[in-house]
Ligand binder design. Structure first.
Ligand code: AR6
Length: 173
């Protein structure tokens, strides 16, 4: 069955869900945006686990579109699922990779037994993906994927992005 999807405005690090998804990069060693906020608020245990995953499973970095889980340190969630979105490119359609971030994150959530999962708008910050299309891709995967996750929350950081997401969710251009 597909998860019920919700749109909320806020900071993903405060979400009271089983797992939150991190918009990470190949290195898994932190960065700005959501990634920076998660490591700042979650504390050093998350980074230590990321380092172990890098050295044991992904010496060349986590590929774009893949996802891996760590515990969540001091965050209210139990797990962080780290995924790497594609950078936006005008001349190349990378949407299968963006969709894969949501698909693989749901698969990891299922392996963990997570029933509630919060997602940021992957690739729509530093990686410059247009926000309306980022929402479109996210919702189309979340609404159609077969998963044991019951509640998928798409967290929009500010009111303007929430308004875009509500418009896209309602199917208006
Ligand atoms: N909670 C929810 N959403 C947030 C938060 C937050 N705390 N902070 C930012 N956003 P980004 P990307 C929104 O840049 O585009 C990092 O350096 C933000 O407004 O976090 O996938 C990584 O290490 C935007 O709408 O992720 C990578 O190098 C969305 O979250 C790179 O950025 C995603 O923005 C990944 O870039």
């Amino acid at each position: 069955m597909a998860a019920t999807t919700e749109l909320v405005q806020g900071d993903i690090t405060g979400q009271r869900v089983d797992a939150i998804v991190n918009a990470a990069n190949h290195s898994l060693l932190g960065g700005g945006g959501v990634d920076g906020a998660i490591h700042r608020r979650g504390g050093p245990d998350i980074l230590a686990e990321c380092r172990r995953i890098r050295s044991e499973q992904y010496p060349d970095g986590l590929p774009t579109g893949e996802a891996v889980a760590t515990t969540a340190g001091r965050l209210p969630a139990r797990w962080v699922i780290h995924t790497v979105g594609p950078t936006w490119a005008k001349t190349k359609d990378k949407s299968p990779l963006l969709r894969s971030c949501y698909q693989r994150s749901l698969a990891v959530a299922d392996q963990l037994g997570a029933r509630t999962v919060a997602f940021p708008l992957v690739s729509a910050g530093v990686y410059r993906w247009p926000k309306d299309d980022a929402v479109r891709q996210a919702l189309s995967v979340l609404r159609s994927s077969d998963t044991a996750v019951e509640r998928a929350v798409l967290v929009l950081f500010d009111a303007a992005t929430l308004a875009i997401a509500e418009r896209v969710a309602a199917g208006t251009p």
